[in-house]
Design a protein around this ligand. Structure first.
Ligand SMILES: [Zn+2]
Length: 281
């Protein structure tokens, strides 16, 4: 058994559509050059981080998986991308906040056991996590994104993972601290976009299709969770093949999981009911 294609999913926590299209100079440059496509994607409700992580990977709504706040963290029952890739004979990697390990591998979190693991049986074959313990407005406790991109690249080089995910709260935390109409956020976005730009070509050369998106947006004051374009709308950049919808179509976040599984050639479970937005060829 082997998968048809390899995919990396890059999740820039809390980056709104309007900010992505205005400030991601490298990502937008690749769209302009024809190397990537971009669509607007709308997050589930609540547009809360944990709720969105769970929906991005299971393709079911918070009303179904039950993650209705950042306090509702437990091992999810629904099938998700990691499990489907491993069931298809592939391997997976995660370089993310520890919530992803708790949702898709095991809960409760054990600092020493779970901070880093290599478990051939999956569902997360190679996990590298961080907790942001004690994060707050004065100290956001986020790792450097270049280090996280490098760690994902290490999993690509060392293990040849079939599916990998990067997720970091850097920009979400910056938005909560400073809002969006400020020099701090301008610089933070530009730096992350530039860091990503050093690694993304390596992944494409290694044969991966790459998706870059966010879990949810934020208002100008840095709020999210609610029902508003500013809080829900994010960019979905796609460096890969397949026929997609017209550029003005707004993508459903619940379609992300079945779309990536289709591209990889893994089975799409019945619980992922949204129609994939990219074709198989
Ligand atoms: Zn978030």
């Amino acid at each position: 058994m082997s998968l048809k294609r390899k995919v990396l999913l890059i999740i820039i926590d809390g980056q709104p559509w309007r900010v992505a299209r205005r400030l991601n100079g490298n990502l937008e440059g690749w769209v302009q050059s024809g190397a990537a496509r971009v669509w607007k994607m709308r997050s589930v409700l609540p547009s809360t981080s944990a709720s969105c992580y769970a929906s991005i990977h299971t393709g079911v709504s918070p009303q179904v998986h039950g993650v209705v706040s950042n306090q509702a963290v437990y091992r999810l029952k629904q099938a998700d991308i990691f499990g489907q890739v491993v069931a298809a004979g592939g391997t997976t990697g995660a370089v993310t906040h520890s919530f992803w390990s708790e949702f898709f591998n095991r809960h409760p979190w054990d600092f020493v056991r779970d901070i880093e693991y290599d478990e051939p049986g999956g569902p997360i074959t190679h996990g590298r996590f961080h907790t942001m313990t004690a994060a707050g407005a004065d100290n956001q406790m986020t790792p450097c994104d270049a280090d996280l991109f490098a760690t994902l690249s290490m999993l690509v080089d060392r293990f040849g993972i079939d599916y990998g995910i990067y997720h970091s709260c850097t920009l979400d935390s910056m938005g909560h601290r400073f809002g969006h109409d400020c020099v701090q956020m301008d610089n933070a976005v530009a730096k992350l976009d530039a860091m990503l730009a050093h690694f993304l070509p390596l992944w494409l050369e290694a044969g991966y299709e790459v998706a870059v998106t966010a879990d949810h947006g934020q208002t100008e004051r840095g709020h999210h969770g609610g029902h508003e374009d500013a809080q829900q709308d994010v960019a979905f950049y796609w460096f890969g093949g397949g026929e997609g919808p017209d550029a003005e179509v707004v993508l459903d976040q619940l379609a992300l999981a079945p779309t990536l599984l289709r591209r990889m050639g893994a089975d799409i479970p019945r619980t992922m009911a949204a129609e994939p937005f990219l074709s198989d060829d």
